[in-house]
Design a protein around this ligand. Sequence first.
Ligand SMILES: *Cc1c(COP(=O)(O)O)cnc(C)c1O
Length: 407
Amino acid sequence: MNAKPRGRQFFQNPGPTNIPDRVLRAMDRATLDFLSDEFMDIHRYCHAGVKRVLKTQQTLFMYASSGHGAWEASLANLFVPGDKLLMLESGYFSESWEQMARNLGIEIETIRCDWRHGIRIADVAARLAADKSHAIKAVMTVQNETATGLATPIAEVRRAIDEAKHPALLLVDTISSLGCYDFRMDAWGVDVAVGGSQKGLMMPTGLSFTGVSQKALDLSKKATAPRHYWNWEMMTRREPQSFVGTTPVHLFYALQESLKLIDEEGLDAIFARHRRLAEATRAAVAHWNGGVSGGASCDAKGIAGPVKAPEMFCADPARVSDSVTGVIVPDGHDANAFRSVAVNRYNLSLGGGLGPLMGRVFRIGHMGDLNEPMLLGALATVELALRTAKIPFEAGGVDAAIRALAA
Ligand SMILES: *Cc1c(COP(=O)(O)O)cnc(C)c1O
């Protein structure tokens, strides 16, 4: 057996993400009674803090679950089997949320897209305008498609709904964008914003939440689908609000500390840092590509070639994600074999392709607790592993990233 590589692992997955030492230390603390005054103060601080990050003054419910639980809460409280929703496809995560809705008996119509470019807003506007009877109860979308590194412009989706004068609710998954780039629940008229702890919020997995608009809250009171653990009405009656079962106090210690870190840096500065690091990553990928394959050399799901050099999965510069970058590997190479070299030989952990992109794509996460030396170390090690795996690329991507950071 080979020995494990020495040194600290460079963890560059797009979720879960690096947990800052301060957040880890904050959890090294005795349990508190979750009904005690001492804990209530922490709970109140966290509740207000998450609402600040969501940019909402409306209602917030939290769950002891991963993001999937908050997805389910958003559906279980608002819809009954047979209701019709409109899903805006973005990739693997929109498909998963859609599948969950189907499993709950909800009818889903999907606005399809080319995964490398994302949905066309005009398609959303046209579909809603055609729905004269207002059969569509909600529009669902994923702000940051973590599987590919593509962002859906939520304000534009809102505008399309308004222009069609359609009363549909707007449900948005912000799990891998919140705390990474801008999201404005109230200003963008989002009715349910789904979030989770282990991405931009720099925490362990296990805490998720939904921001809920007054309109959605009113509708949920009339909805008749059976629900229990996710039941917003039961949560509203509890003190502290949320959690039908035990409140996960240690996750609140972590959340309190991560919110302090967010407040100290400031959301705008955090977004600017993510933008800077994302642009450096994109500069490196563009350089590795060497202009060989342009950006339009393979089909919507990135499967058909020819791809001759590493290439950005997201082919629309206006839709690139500031929290994760998906990279297509050249034809004849396996992204997972490359990832194995990166982690087993060099201790760099990267994300893999999901669903149909498995083996075709690797992902560089650049969200959460990250700075320039961490990113440059990761990009340099990607180059090293590309060389080791004998994947063709144009050397010098790290210099391109440095130039982008210094600009
Ligand atoms: C990670 C992620 C999820 C799934 O969340 P879990 O915490 O793994 O349940 C959903 N949507 C997006 C966009 C994600 O990045």
